[in-house]
Each structure stands twice: as structure tokens, then as C-alpha cells.
Design a protein around this ligand. Structure first.
Ligand code: SER
Length: 646
């Protein structure tokens, strides 16, 4: 049975049980700013789960493409994917636990033929704190269902998954009670983090057992359904959505009790074929085979790379087919990241030529069943991806040139002109490439850290001893700067900052220095956010800035711009930077022992001296006209300035 057949059988089966098949929603939901992408089948149905009548009745079913970028780092193992199809069925105040459990068991064992002996389940242990009872009802329904299949299913109580790893499974145990980390479902995860106003409830998860020989006790402890490792795989989650979270944190019963079932098609297909590896299913194999052919390497010896490429290309195709274009913002950035990560992994396999089009075209047919109302841009998807591939290959070439330039420049320029005390940084002088350089390559040129390290090795370019710490410090700085903009949204990874953001970055240093000079010397940076179009800067200050103060600050920045001051950096010992140079810094306790300091103006009496990973312009003259657009309160004792460079 291939995955398409399983999808069809599921929808037919649910139809036979009175469910109406509804069209899946797009991956980018128009009216839901809480996530970038549709991450579960219930998400588009939220308002109906909260009580609004659905035009198609009280029993619904669909197959919903989902994208969960939060899982991106886990991709590479046999079962995690960022993109997946979630088979779903819902009861909106209609049937409840008994009918759901019986139906799903019937589907698994009778319709797609899974062996009932290989099915294990979990239920919620209850929460005393919130007055939510242990789900004995669900456990007893499971017992009777197993009994009809001739299985005496015993119940085990494991409060936390960690306990379970020591305890394992005892004779005949098949139904496991866990706490809210495992068996409570809300869009926020566990019970404490359930969002206010959201529907939620205890859940009962279903697992497929691939056999005791798949457990790796040394690595994961003893297996039990919710443990890590290859033995058990979750193949369905039945949420008994009977609560809603109140403003005061408590939970009230919903007037109508709902069932929200979701099961990953990829995983069901894998269980059905007896493979613990979802990348062996018909949904993935065409891509894997193509990668084997292009690289001349086998999947079995290159699983991690091929899984990542396969996963990311499926996601990239779905997004492009829905009309999304790669960009540096939100969903477009996620698409860009998927494509670029896939290209980099392919390089690891030795695939250096353009390969997206021919690889992705192998799975176009898998998505035939998705309606045109979602895949509105199906016909142009491959073109979009191909274009981005070409752009990224150019970026890679440019980054490589820049890396070599940096290394040779550092080789000649020793000691650097911006360093008043050579003895403060003997180690950094020996290295040709520092972690800050590696960060600049990634941040400004989109040239990934891994590639820099690899290229440096190949070219015999020496990296500084603490390069990783330096890199992390620069990354940390940058994350702090972009925190406000990306709060609650996907962030991290490769970013492309063009010239414009580099200019704003330097302007930020000038603005801080001007505030310190004209408003108060105690002013520190409290946050910063830069896009290609504007800058936002938060700082401590006990009063609203007067129009005169604002004018002085603005004029000061423009004066420094006009003076075309040099911008230089050098690496120092932390101690020296802090106490001797008195450089401005926000995270002294987090910085590594060696750090990078940017100076604007004359070395001996600079206008600004800050710890910073860069990048910056080389002369302030290129910044243009600095204009403050707004000054406002950000939070208690913190003011915010919005400004542009014109
Ligand atoms: N909402 C649940 C999940 O995402 C079941 O569909 O797992």
C-alpha cells in the first residue's frame, strides 16, 4: 500500500463513519498571525472547536499539509520531518472518546492491516493543580478494544518520561499514563503553557512498535512508548478537547466536547510497510533515488544528508507551489532557508551543480490530489526554486572570494591599524580568520559558517583559537538586536543582510554615542532592530526626549556622518576592552575572552567604541542623511527611537 492509497483509505473510512471530507487549508494561513505556517490539522478549524457551527456539520475529515520549522534541527533521524501531511478527523460536540478510539483502532488494524500486537497507547495521568482528572475512561476503552482483538492490555503508570527510561516496559503493559508533557495537547504544548482562550485537553497517543531489537538502551535508556529511539513511533494523536483556558490561568469545560485527531501520513505509511524510516515511503523515495543517482552515493551510507535534502525540498516545493517567493522576511525567509540548507547538504554529497528542478519534479505527482485552490502556483513552482538556486550559488562564490580576501588582508595587516596595544591580543594576530570574520561572512555574504570552516581548512587558512566562541558572541549580539521584530516568530540561521542594513548598524553606534553625549552618559542600549528600511533603537532614559534634545542628537549623528569618520575594528582581551578602552558592551558576562571592538573616528579619542560582531561600513560618509522619525516609550524606563537613513 503506498501513501496515496493510505490517504484515500483513511478519507473513505472516515466518510463511511459519517464525516464530511473538507478541503485542506493553505500552509500560510491568512488570519492567523500566531504562527508562520499551518502546523496541525486543527489550526484552520480553531473557531469551530470553540463552538461556532461548521457549515459541513459536526463530523469532519481531511488531509492537511503541515510545516513545523521548530523541528528543523531534528530532521536527519528516521522520522522527523518539517513538512508532513496530517490525516485528521474531528467531532465538533458530536461523538467522544469511545467512538474515536474504536474507530481509529478499526482503521489501523482492519483497513490498513497493522498487527494489533504492535500497537501501544498512552493516556493522561491528570493534574491535581488544575483539577483535571486522570483519564481512566480512555484507558478502559482501550482495554476493551484490545480485549476484542484477543489482547490483555495492562496499564502502567509513568509520571515522567525520564522515569520510564529506567523502568521500561513490564510484562503485558500496553497502556501508559504520562503527565502533561506527553499527554496534554494545546497549541502551546504542556498544561502550564496552554494559551489563554485556546481549546485544549488530555490526549491519547497511539504508537507502533518496531520491535525490541530496535531499542538502544545505552543511548536512550529502556524503551517505552514516549521514549526516544527507533523502537516506538507515534502514529496518531487523539485529543479530547474538552477544556478552554481562562484569563486567570484556570481551565473550564467547553460546552461541547470535541475530538481532534491527527496522524502523520508519512509515519502511517512507514508503519504499514514495517519500516521505522519514513524516508523509505513512496512519498520520499523518488527524491532519495534521484539523490543517489546524482551523487553516486548510497542512501544507507548518507542517511542524514539525504533525509534533510529530501525533507527540505518537499517543503520548498509546497511553499513555492502555493505562491510564496524566497525573501528575507517571515515565510519567504523560511522558504529561502529550506532551499539553501538543501543545497548545502547536497554539496556535502558532492552535488555541486543545479539539481533542484530535476529532483523536485520527481514528486510533483505526489501532490496531484491537493486542490488547485491551495497550490495556486503549481505551474511556476519549479521556476521559482531554480531561480533561488542560481542566486544562492552566486552568493556562495562571492563568499568564497571574500573569505580569501579577508585571510590575505589579515596576513599583511599585522598588527591591525585599529589596535593601540598589540600585546593585548597576541593569539588573534597569528590567525588569519577570526570567529567574527566567519560571522561576517555568514551574516553579510550569506556564506554559511560550516562552509567557511571547511574552506579555511582546505585552503590552509588558520582560524583563531576561540573562533567558535567569537562566532557565538557575534551571533548572540545579532540575535539580541533582532529580538523585538521576530518575537514569537521563526528566527535564526542564515540571514542575508545587504548593504543597507550594514549602514543602519553603523548608524546605531552613532546614535548611542550621540545620546550619551547630549542626553545622559548613563544611556545604554536596551534593544535594537534593523531592517533594510529603518532602524529602531531602545535605551534606558527616565524622561521623554524634548524636541531640542532630539534635534541635538540628530544633528550630532549627521555631523559625524558628514565628517566621514573611519570605522575600524580590532580584537582585544575582554578585560582590556572593558577596563582600559571602556568600550560600550551589553553582555560582558557572556562575551568570550577575546572580543571584537568597533571604533568610529580617531583611535585616541573616538566618537564611539563598542563591542560588536559587525559588520559595519568602513567610512561614515556613506550613510546618507540620518532622520529621527519618532521617539516613544518602549517600556518602563526605556525609550525607543525610530530613524531612517535617507
Ligand atoms: N492537534 C493534534 C496534533 O497536532 C491532533 O491533531 O497532534
Amino acid at each position: 500500500m503506498n501513501a496515496s492509497e493510505i490517504r484515500q483509505k483513511y478519507l473513505d473510512f472516515q466518510s463511511s463513519k459519517g464525516h464530511r471530507v473538507i478541503a485542506p487549508a493553505p500552509l500560510v494561513l491568512e488570519n492567523d498571525p500566531t504562527t508562520l505556517f499551518t502546523g496541525s490539522g486543527m489550526q484552520p478549524l480553531l473557531r469551530y472547536l470553540l463552538g461556532e457551527p461548521h457549515p459541513d456539520g459536526t463530523r469532519l475529515t481531511d488531509s492537511q499539509p503541515c510545516l513545523r520549522l521548530q523541528d528543523i534541527e531534528d530532521v536527519g533521524d528516521p522520522r522527523h520531518t518539517t513538512v508532513f501531511e496530517m490525516l485528521g478527523n474531528w467531532s465538533l460536540g458530536d461523538y467522544f472518546k469511545k467512538e474515536q478510539i474504536e474507530n481509529y483502532f478499526e482503521f489501523l488494524t482492519k483497513i490498513i492491516g497493522l498487527d494489533p500486537n504492535k500497537i501501544f497507547v498512552t493516556c493522561f495521568i491528570g493534574s491535581e493543580k488544575y483539577g483535571i482528572p486522570k483519564d481512566i475512561e480512555a484507558a478502559e476503552i482501550w482495554q476493551s478494544v484490545f480485549k476484542k482483538a484477543g489482547i490483555d492490555a495492562k496499564i502502567a503508570e509513568i509520571d515522567t518520561a525520564e522515569n520510564g527510561d529506567k523502568r521500561g516496559i513490564k510484562d503485558g503493559e500496553r497502556i501508559f499514563f504520562y503527565n502533561d508533557k506527553e499527554n496534554w495537547w494545546s497549541r502551546g504544548g504542556g498544561i502550564e503553557t496552554t494559551p489563554i482562550g485556546d481549546p485544549c485537553g488530555p490526549d491519547s497517543e497511539v504508537f507502533y512498535d518496531f520491535g525490541e531489537d530496535k531499542q538502544d538502551v545505552e543511548k536512550y535508556g529502556k524503551s517505552h512508548p514516549a521514549s526516544d529511539g527507533a523502537r516506538f513511533m507515534e502514529i496518531g494523536n487523539q485529543v479530547f478537547m474538552q477544556y478552554r483556558r481562562n484569563e486567570d490561568g484556570t481551565f473550564s469545560e467547553l460546552e461541547h466536547k470535541n475530538v481532534d485527531f491527527g496522524g502523520g501520513l508519512e509515519r502511517l505509511a512507514a508503519a504499514q510497510m514495517g519500516s521505522f524510516d519514513v524516508f523509505k515511503t513512496s512519498l520520499m523515495q523518488p527524491i532519495i533515488k534521484k539523490l543517489e543517482q546524482l551523487s553516486g552515493k548510497s542512501y544507507d551510507n548518507n542517511t542524514d544528508e539525504m533525509r534533510i535534502i529530501c525533507d527540505h525540498l518537499r517543503g520548498a516545493y509546497l511553499l513555492a507551489a502555493q505562491g510564496l517567493a524566497p525573501s528575507n522576511k517571515a515565510q519567504g525567509y523560511a522558504l529561502r532557508r529550506l532551499i539553501r540548507r538543501a543545497i548545502l547538504k547536497a554539496l556535502d554529497l558532492g552535488i555541486a551543480q543545479d539539481f533542484l528542478k530535476e529532483t523536485i519534479s520527481t514528486i510533483e505527482s505526489e501532490y496531484k490530489s491537493l486542490p488547485d485552490s491551495i497550490l495556486t502556483n503549481r505551474d511556476h513552482a519549479l521556476e521559482i526554486l531554480e531561480k533561488e538556486e542560481k542566486v544562492f550559488r552566486k552568493t556562495l562564490n562571492k563568499g568564497l572570494k571574500e573569505l580569501k580576501r579577508m585571510a590575505s588582508r589579515r596576513g599583511e595587516k599585522s598588527p591591525s591599524s585599529g589596535d593601540p596595544d598589540k600585546s593585548a591580543r597576541p593569539q588573534a594576530l597569528e590567525a588569519k580568520l577570526s570567529g567574527y570574520d566567519v560571522f561576517t561572512l555568514q551574516d553579510t555574504y550569506g556564506f554559511p559558517m560550516e562552509i567557511s570552516v571547511e574552506e579555511a581548512y582546505k585552503e590552509g587558512i588558520k582560524l583563531s583559537k576561540d573562533w567558535k566562541q567569537e562566532f557565538d558572541a557575534a551571533l548572540q549580539e545579532q540575535r539580541e538586536r533582532s529580538k523585538t521584530a521576530s518575537k514569537g516568530m521563526f528566527k535564526g540561521g542564515l540571514e542575508d543582510h545587504g548593504e543597507q542594513t550594514t549602514k543602519y548598524h553603523t548608524a546605531t553606534h552613532l546614535l548611542l554615542a550621540a545620546l550619551q553625549k547630549h542626553v545622559s552618559s548613563d544611556i545604554c542600549q536596551k534593544g535594537s532592530n534593523i531592517t533594510a528600511d529603518r532602524m529602531r533603537f531602545d535605551f534606558n532614559c527616565d524622561h521623554k526626549l524634548s524636541p531640542e534634545e532630539l534635534k541635538q542628537v540628530e544633528d550630532q549623528v549627521n555631523e559625524w556622518i558628514k565628517a566621514d569618520l573611519p570605522v575600524a575594528f580590532a580584537e582585544y582581551d575582554k578585560e582590556y576592552a572593558k577596563n582600559v578602552l571602556k568600550a560600550h558592551g551589553q553582555f560582558w558576562d557572556k562575551y568570550p575572552e577575546k572580543l571584537k571592538v568597533y571604533t568610529v573616528g580617531n583611535e585616541n579619542s573616538p566618537v564611539s567604541r563598542e563591542v560588536c560582531g559587525g559588520p559595519h561600513v568602513e567610512h561614515t560618509g556613506v550613510l546618507g542623511q540620518f532622520k529621527i522619525q519618532k521617539e516613544e516609550s518602549s517600556s518602563a524606563g526605556v525609550r525607543r527611537i525610530k530613524a531612517v537613513l535617507e
